[in-house]
Design a protein around this ligand. Structure first.
Ligand code: OOB
Length: 547
């Protein structure tokens, strides 16, 4: 039986400690130290609130005690399903301090995804918000309790209404008066669970340790030039690894900087905040960068404090990258990372050619990068191949998932990223594409297989294949090929079907194409992968004819 968490072999762990990468720090202790050094300094701004480091520290303490008093014990998993509000930060630091593991869900996730996380993560509690973006999360919580009775506790930020659930405010107030003494976890312990983009089937859980994650924050801060004077804006959903840790809001808190939370990444929400708070750094996905570049030309808001815009999560084209400095007067930093670990940055002082044309190079001299052909043999420098990696902060296995681990990791501990890249002199990587069938829709990763499974569950669908299609704005969009069973369903009905299955809106196919049958070769049992490749080629041909 495989253990739920795969850890580094002793000699590697020893090396990472000896080199000073892993320093025995934990999140709870880091916040305590920052609060001791400058209690009055503002840590988090958002949702009409401004919390100092001292206040954040006190809130985290109270939340830690309140959670333990519910009967949760160190090591328990707690789903955190919150938008960009200050409570996101106090809740996760409360969890860290109690040795409880946040499992981060995106605000867009719905019951099917949350129930899956609860089941595979064995979560005992669920922290959510009353309402956000026209959705009532309390209803989702009630359904979750029914479907996953292991989730014993629900804590609502805001108004619990008639649900009978507890609120964060009540839990915090009780925690302030409690005598419970949380015990700081070990720095080698898993601190939290991230979710994978999900290349095959459902999302997998990614265990990250305090030591390894804090190492990436420290190095990201150095590479990205963060200081106490940095004002970092979290505009993307803060549960995502990019705005969380590259260097993200956690990197900003690590240096004692200020974090400004935007409820949405739209210019209408973000630009006034940039002006008011003097934001100088933000991370965006490529489609948002385009929107920001356009909106910046006519905005009444002053954006001159911005110094760095990081772009990652999906491929940025050189044409757009080139426009950043002249249009906004800021330095562009490309970020190519993954929740499983490896993060690459272009350096702030790299020549423009590197910044525009590459996705950067790894954080650590000990990040081992292999680029191999399909047989596993290294390809010559400059040639595209499959990216494999291991190192001081890349996981060695998903949480409690031996079958995924057998697919995604080599025997000697390399993570198979599924990305096709080429390496240039100096170790800079250029992302060329992907070996696996997920759709990278504006940075949101969608598994073709997951959506196909939901589509074929529809009574009028005989078979379905979901592929990515290049999209000028989104980078990629999703297209579902459908072979109907009996009467052809309407495209809108199929989209509605996906929504009704309790899935995130970004997973609803953008385009639906009906076909009588998949090609005859498909009938000869070619793999889904080959079928999807054929369908993509067919679409390309069609599009070329049309233009
Ligand atoms: C980030 O993390 P995930 O886990 O949502 O997605 C990882 C995948 C990568 O394997 C790659 O396929 C794609 O997203 N990706 C990029 C990219 N950055 C990520 N593809 C092309 N160019 C880029 N710059 O997306 C993530 C995590 C930490 C930092 C930044 C992004």
């Amino acid at each position: 039986m495989e253990k739920p968490v795969q850890t580094w072999p002793a000699e590697l762990a020893e090396r990472y400690r000896a080199k000073g990468y892993w320093r025995g720090e934990t999140f709870g202790a880091v916040l305590r130290e920052r609060a001791r050094l400058h209690p009055e300094r503002i840590a988090v701004v958002g949702g009409g609130q401004r919390w100092s480091y001292g206040e954040l520290d006190a809130r985290a303490d109270a939340i830690a005690r309140g959670l333990l008093d519910l009967g949760l014990v160190p090591g328990d998993r707690v789903i955190v399903h919150l938008p960009n509000i200050p409570e996101f930060v106090s809740v996760i630091f409360g969890l860290f301090r109690a040795g409880l593991l946040p499992l981060y869900a995106l605000p867009a996730h719905r019951i099917t995804e949350i129930a899956h996380f609860a089941g595979t993560g064995g979560a005992r509690a669920y922290v959510t918000v009353d309402r956000y973006d026209n959705f009532d999360y309390r209803g989702l919580a009630a359904e979750l309790r029914e479907r996953e009775p292991g989730v014993e506790h629900v804590v609502v930020v805001g108004d619990a209404g008639e649900t009978g659930f507890g609120t964060l405010a009540a839990l915090e107030a009780a925690g302030r008066d409690s005598a419970t003494q949380p015990v700081e976890p070990a720095s080698s312990d898993v601190a939290f669970l991230q979710i994978s983009g999900g290349s095959t089937g459902l999302s997998k859980l990614i265990p990250r340790t305090h030591d390894a994650y804090i190492y990436t924050l420290r190095e990201s801060d150095r590479i990205c030039g963060l200081t106490e004077d940095t004002v970092f804006m979290a505009a993307l959903p803060m549960a995502h690894n990019f705005p969380m840790s590259s260097p993200g809001f956690l990197g900003a808190l690590y240096v004692g900087a200020r974090v400004v939370l935007s409820a949405s990444p739209s210019p209408e929400a973000a630009f006034p905040l940039i002006e008011r708070e003097g934001v100088n750094m933000v991370s965006l996905v490529p489609p948002l960068l385009l929107v920001w570049l356009e909106a910046s030309k006519s905005t009444p808001h002053k954006l001159h404090t911005l110094r760095t815009i990081q772009v990652g999560g999906a491929k940025l084209t050189p044409e757009i990258a080139r426009r950043v400095r002249p249009t906004l007067g800021v330095t562009l930093q490309q970020v190519f990372g993954m929740a499983e670990g490896l993060v690459n940055y272009t350096r702030l002082d790299d020549p423009e050619d590197i910044i525009v044309n590459t996705q950067g190079r790894p954080i650590s001299p000990d990040d081992e990068v292999l680029i191999v052909d399909d047989q596993g043999n290294p390809v010559p420098e400059g040639e595209p191949g499959n990216l494999l990696t291991r190192g001081p902060y890349t996981i060695l296995g998903y949480y409690n998932n031996p079958s995924a681990n057998a697919r995604s990791f080599t025997e000697d501990g390399y993570y198979r990223t599924g990305d096709i890249v080429k390496r240039l002199p100096g170790g800079y990587l250029v992302v060329q594409g992907r070996a696996n069938d997920h759709i990278n829709r504006a940075g949101e990763k969608i598994s073709a297989e997951e959506i196909e499974d939901h589509l074929v569950a529809h009574p009028q669908v005989f078979d379905a294949a979901v592929v990515s299609v290049p999209d000028e704005y989104l980078g990629e969009r999703s297209c579902a090929f459908i072979v109907p069973k009996g009467e052809k369903p309407r495209a809108v009905a199929l989209k509605q079907w996906i929504r009704s299955r309790g899935l995130a809106e970004f997973k609803v196919p953008d385009q639906i194409v009906f076909v009588d049958a998949f090609s005859s070769t498909a009938a000869l049992k070619i793999s889904r992968k080959e079928l999807r490749a054929q369908l993509r080629a067919q679409l390309d041909e069609q599009n070329n004819k049309d233009t």
